[in-house]
Design a protein around this ligand. Structure first.
Ligand code: HEC
Ligand code: HEC
Length: 376
């Protein structure tokens, strides 16, 4: 993680990474907030008062908490920085979230959740020369959650609301010294719905679950433990930001997908599928027609794709017969779609243009070691 000292600063010195803002100069009227349903939202990210000082440094304002997930969504290797702004009650106190499980926490109306996407110029020094791309907001209104994408300017002084999203040409150096160039896509506001309408109707947050938040983070303001480390759930309880929660030891805890000390191969693979796929692949999400249910918490082999015929034949199958064939990743449609970047084939269908090679290796190993069952 680049934000090693939580909330202290994102080093947004002018990056050497070449990044052209394809939408630079965009303002309201040409893809900005315009006159539509988003007209009432501020055009600039700084208007939300999430951060103090230079906006690009992401130093959280009072009432804004940084957080991390145990296993995050893959977004073309972009680093992500997440924050929650808790609303203030008339008496000046911050209004807490309510603990729930397995659903995401219940956040009060007025909550704003922010996620900033960035690339370092060189992943061998991920804390240096960060280039911020976009900051997505989920705003809890009386009627439900609203999603907004803000795109950072080249000077890194401000991000502007661009409801149509758009492509950004990016270039960075990976961990092995190779230069990677690709088109990073900021989603539009309709695409937010494809993923965040996890229950079919309302837009909902996806990450803030007990199992995902139950982890240690290092906080710039000292936190509770040595070096500023503190369990996120314990901290929120200590600060009065979380009600009705058990002690962290009693709460579920998701493994870290690429840390084998945190869970078995199956647990890590299922958790990776849960956060990367299950917002669409559940019983009511936008991928429900496929019959795949990739949530971590069920044991139905067919819903996982095991010996399940695809709903639609054609290019999305790679001529393979079943979603998952135990012991045979190369015969599994699921792997075929993870390894593709072809529109119409790749999964997830939105939110990436690169293959997550490390995760593909994990899913391959999970399928390889899966018991050869005969269940249909
Ligand atoms: C491809 C699916 C996908 C699309 C499209 C998408 N999101 Fe998300 N989003 C996720 C997932 C999965 C998470 C949780 C995992 C994480 O944060 O790494 C998430 C997390 C977030 C968060 C942090 C709070 C939370 O829900 O966990 C915000 C804020 C957010 N998204 C806003 C947006 C906005 C605004 C848009 C549209 C401009 C959008 N997202 C489009 C999948 C998506
Ligand atoms: C943005 C929503 C969305 C996300 C996220 C998503 N999918 Fe899908 N998926 C769909 C839709 C819609 C279909 C049905 C149309 C098709 O086959 O392309 C589908 C179909 C599939 C199929 C074919 C299923 C069948 O039996 O016909 C597989 C396999 C699959 N997805 C795997 C995944 C995996 C693995 C992930 C996560 C890495 C994922 N998907 C993430 C929407 C999504």
């Amino acid at each position: 993680m680049a934000l090693r000292s939580r909330g202290s600063a994102i080093r947004a010195r002018l990056a050497t990474a070449a990044l052209t803002l394809a939408l630079a100069g965009c303002t309201a009227g040409d893809g900005g907030s315009g006159d539509g349903p988003f007209a009432r939202y501020p055009e600039t990210l700084s208007s939300w008062d999430l951060f103090v000082g230079e906006p690009a440094d992401h130093v959280p304002a009072t009432g804004v908490e940084p957080y991390d997930l145990n296993t995050p969504l893959f977004s073309d290797y972009a680093l992500k920085f997440r924050f929650i702004q808790f609303p203030t009650a008339p008496d000046g106190a911050l209004q807490p979230a309510t603990y729930r499980d397995p659903e995401p926490f219940e956040f009060p109306v007025g909550t704003v959740i922010a996620k900033t996407f960035a690339y370092p110029a060189d992943f061998r020094s991920p804390d240096e020369d960060l280039r911020l791309l976009e900051t997505r907001l989920l705003i809890h209104e009386q009627e439900g959650w609203v999603g907004l994408p803000y795109i950072w300017n080249e000077e890194q002084t401000e991000a502007r609301l661009v409801i149509v999203g758009g492509p950004l040409e990016v270039s960075w150096i990976d961990g092995s010294g190779r230069t990677v160039e690709h088109t990073y896509r900021v989603p539009n506001t309709n695409q937010c719905k494809t993923c965040h309408r996890t229950d079919g109707e309302r837009l909902l947050p996806i990450g803030p679950h007990a199992r995902q938040l139950n982890r240690e983070s290092v906080y710039a303001d000292g936190g509770g433990g040595p070096g500023g480390a503190e369990n996120q759930l314990a901290r929120w309880q200590r600060l009065g930001l979380l009600e009705d929660a058990p002690a962290p030891a009693e709460a579920p805890r998701a493994p870290v997908w690429n840390d084998s000390s945190t869970g078995s191969l199956t647990e890590r693979a299922r958790t990776w599928l849960d956060i990367n796929c299950a917002h669409c692949h559940n019983l009511s999400g936008s991928g429900r027609t496929s019959g795949l249910d990739l949530r971590a918490a069920h044991g139905d082999r067919t819903r996982l794709g095991i010996y399940k015929h695809p709903v639609a034949a054609g290019q999305g199958t790679g001529d393979r017969l079943y979603g998952v064939v135990p012991g045979r990743p190369d015969e599994s449609i699921l792997v075929y779609r993870l390894e593709s970047v072809h529109p119409g084939v790749m999964m997830p269908e939105l939110g990436r243009g690169l293959v997550d090679s490390e995760a593909v290796a994990l899913i391959r190993q999970w399928i390889e070691e899966m018991e050869l069952g005969t269940e249909a």
